[in-house]
Design a binder for this molecule. Structure first.
Ligand code: NAP
Length: 299
């Protein structure tokens, strides 16, 4: 059966543009957001606005969520008026939030009991990838469900990989955050050394981004960090949520991750100064503080 009707719950920095791309791909889209105003731009483009997550699910062949943390996805799926109350047997539920692997398995079991197949499908690529429809999507769940959902997932992502059973998508996303966090630290240390040695960090980024030490962080967030532009693509508070999940998983599996623990402490310095809603490129400011430069001094 062809999938025509898609629902989207959680229209934030990521969910808003992802839902927009589903609309552009031609799906009949129904949306819901806790803060109703964020649904208006999509309504103007032709999306229907539902009164609750349950109503979204009732109107959809595939229902997406992209909310903040484990407790939030639990609320919109299992809480009153949640997805589980409206989802029809035979439909598919896809969670693109980054949450604990255990929560993904719980949602999968709760929905399976209602005849609804679930995928955990966290994403990577930031606000830039969400707008461009080029996200990397790491998918956990049954292979057959993955195959059915794949045409829809192609509207939001470019690299879409089935990585294993329920929860595996979230485990892979945590691995992504380990690599991403350490790349952020690498970017910040390079900028800090460059600056304190009296060389223009913008020139450094220009050439180092083209060489073997390049990374997505260096290319996309390096220029923002150097310019002192700390507006969030991905907020420090969200990174800390994810690094918390990383260290929980590391503890549960007795996996030493010294680098990730260090990155978490550096972000803690920013949160302690009320800067949790800035973008993760603000990690350069934590290094500035360690060097005695003070925040905002590095330009
Ligand atoms: P965001 O802009 O803060 O959006 C969060 C969304 O979740 C908003 O629509 C918010 O509704 C909704 N929400 C949160 N708690 C809720 C609750 N209890 N009930 C109902 N709705 C709730 O965050 P984002 O950057 O889009 O991130 C969303 C998810 O994607 C997170 O899990 C994040 O880790 C992950 N992610 C983000 C990025 C990135 O670069 N930003 C990249 C990859 C993955 P309101 O509008 O009412 O607040």
């Amino acid at each position: 059966m062809a999938i025509e009707r898609v629902g989207f719950i959680g229209l934030g920095i990521m969910g808003g543009p992802m839902a927009g791309n589903l609309l552009k791909a031609g799906y009949v889209l129904t949306v819901w957001n806790r803060t109703a105003a964020k649904a208006e731009p999509l309504a103007a483009l032709g999306a229907r606005v539902a009164g609750s997550p349950a109503e979204v699910a009732a109107a959809s062949d595939v229902t997406f969520t992209c909310v903040t943390a484990s407790a939030d996805v639990e609320a919109v799926v299992l809480g009153p008026g949640g997805v589980v109350e409206g989802a029809r047997p035979g439909s598919i539920y896809v969670d693109c939030s980054t949450v604990a692997p255990a929560m993904a398995r719980r949602l999968h079991a709760a929905l399976a009991a209602r005849g609804v197949a679930a995928l955990d499908a966290p994403v990577s690529g930031g606000d830039v990838g969400a707008r461009a429809g080029t996200l990397a999507v790491m998918v956990g769940g049954e292979r057959e469900t993955f195959e059915r959902a794949l045409p829809v997932l192609r509207a939001i992502g470019k690299t879409i990989v089935h990585v294993g059973p329920p929860g595996a998508g979230q485990v892979v996303k945590l691995c992504n955050q380990v690599a991403g966090g350490l790349n952020l630290l690498a970017m910040a240390e390079a900028i800090s050394l460059c600056r304190r040695s009296g060389v223009d960090p913008a020139r450094m980024l220009e050439v180092v981004s083209a060489g073997a030490a390049s990374s997505w962080m260096l290319q996309h967030l390096g220029p923002r960090a150097v310019a002192g532009d700390f507006a969030p693509g991905f907020m420090v508070d969200l990174m800390q949520k994810d690094l918390g999940l990383v260290l929980e998983e590391a503890h549960a599996t007795h996996t030493p991750l010294p680098g990730s623990a260090l990155v978490r402490q550096l972000f803690e310095m920013l949160q302690a100064r009320g800067r949790g809603r800035e973008g993760t490129q603000a990690i350069v400011e934590a290094l500035g503080l360690l060097a005695g430069d003070g925040p905002g001094s590095g330009d």
